[in-house]
Design a protein around this ligand. Structure first.
Ligand SMILES: O=P(O)(O)OC[C@H]1O[C@H](OP(=O)(O)OP(=O)(O)O)[C@H](O)[C@@H]1O
Ligand code: HPA
Ligand SMILES: [Mg+2]
Length: 175
């Protein structure tokens, strides 16, 4: 409709930027593992792809877990959230390890934002432990263990989505 304000992306709504380096991400994943070590042991790690793959690898390595499965879910096209699509479900072997309800399984994702993705996976594995590296307030109640809370109006930039680039000096009007 003419005159209607254009829809803002999640990132535009977020406003504040929280860039995370590889180093910082690795440190945060290790910190997450320290907490998870008190909760386990776990039979297997279930990574919510794609963002959960990197923390899942680090956490599984630190916890000595060798069985890793994926649940492949897409909803954001860059920063616009659409319908959640389950592209691949949890394997029968992992389901069996978790006794059908996820008991003893560890679900890992990079973050919860609105919590929609986390809720979908929690519903598949109600007894699993759900861990994320970062959590925004809306999704936080879904997570059992996380490391850093960021405000809902913050957009997290992960190292695999970013690259080093030239930044003009403040004097020249840089933000
Ligand atoms: O709490 P929510 O609002 O549901 O958002 C969180 C989810 O969004 C991102 O995944 P995305 O759908 O962008 O896919 P990707 O992991 O492949 O990047 C992120 O990795 C989480 O899985
Ligand atoms: O803050 C975010 N950063 C990157 N991906 C995301 N997907 C949902 N929220 C975010
Ligand atoms: Mg994801």
């Amino acid at each position: 409709m003419a005159g209607e304000a254009p829809e803002l992306s999640a990132q535009e709504r977020a406003g504040k930027a929280f860039p995370v380096s590889w180093d910082q991400f690795h440190r945060d994943c290790r910190a997450l593992t320290w907490r998870l070590n008190e909760v386990g042991p776990f039979h297997a790690v279930i990574a919510i792809t794609r963002g959960g793959l990197v923390p899942a690898a680090i956490v599984a390595r630190e916890l000595g877990v060798r069985i890793i499965d994926t649940v492949c879910i897409a909803s954001y096209d860059h920063d616009k959230q659409g319908e959640l699509q389950v592209l691949k479900g949890i394997s029968d072997a992992a389901m069996e390890l978790g006794g059908g309800t996820g008991k003893g399984l560890l679900i890992v994702d990079d973050l919860v934002d609105t919590g929609k993705t986390g809720k979908l996976v929690r519903d598949m594995l109600p007894d699993a432990h759900f861990a994320t590296v970062y959590a925004k307030p809306k999704g936080r109640p879904l997570v059992d263990t996380f490391i850093t809370e960021v405000s809902q109006d913050t957009w997290i930039f992960f190292p695999w989505d970013t690259a080093l680039s030239y930044h003009p000096p403040l004097r020249d009007g840089a933000a």
